[in-house]
Design a binder for this molecule. Sequence first.
Ligand SMILES: Nc1nc2c(c(=O)[nH]1)N[C@H]1C(S)=C(S)[C@@H](COP(=O)(O)O)O[C@H]1N2
Ligand SMILES: [Mo]
Length: 242
Amino acid sequence: MADRRKRPADGAPVARRAMLMMLGAGITGVATAPYLQRGWEKTLGAASQIDSTGLTGLLPNPGGFRYYSIVGSVPRKDATNYRLRIDGLVDRPKTYTLDELGALPQTRVVHDVQCTDGWRVKDTPFEGVKLSDLLDAAGVRPDGRAIRFTCFDGAYTESLTLSQARRSDVLVALKMQDKPVTHEHGGPVRLYVAPMYFYKSAKWLSGISVTDEVVPGYWEERGYDIDGWLEGADRRGGASAA
Ligand SMILES: Nc1nc2c(c(=O)[nH]1)N[C@H]1C(S)=C(S)[C@@H](COP(=O)(O)O)O[C@H]1N2
Ligand SMILES: [Mo]
């Protein structure tokens, strides 16, 4: 699997210098101030403005997660302006608001999260609408074989085959760790594909389009496996959801 860290960083001199400053600030902050998650997320948000290449992975990562975004800034969306569009090879294209998604039956899945960069967060709960429910409501046409996901960061894309998308452990997630998904983690709505590496779990989800074949996603065009199965994943069915 390709290693992002071996790739040359765009605008590296500025980004590196800024990152070293961020590292210094972060370490000082941890040493001298009581730990505050909100403050930390603000710091990560600021870091992302100058780091679109994953160098924030060098920062300490409270809770085990690291912040990733391939773009510098992402618009904030909430219940007033968030929309999720389902279209492509379906009989009933539909646009959902956040409230509409919240009113549908919710499923909770607890699984280890794992990034190809090596970090892992054990037993992380995600909760939301089963992607298969949204696909059933839209009515996938016989020639529909795959899904293309798009994001309101305007750049990231992902893909699944239709059978992967229909698993019961693939969620359009509104909650992560039993709280609304934060902006930094891709809120208000992100994809969660429990049996696969975390790059499959597109943040800031805005579009679900049924296609006739798999269209490789952002990292997949840059060398990642299209099938992002975690080691030991049951590739046939959905793991149990509660
Ligand atoms: N829109 C978008 N989604 C994304 C990414 C991204 O850069 N942009 N990075 C992916 C990768 S590689 C990982 S590991 C996870 C990181 O999620 P986190 O920032 O909540 O830890 O999001 C995935 N989804
Ligand atoms: Mo990742």
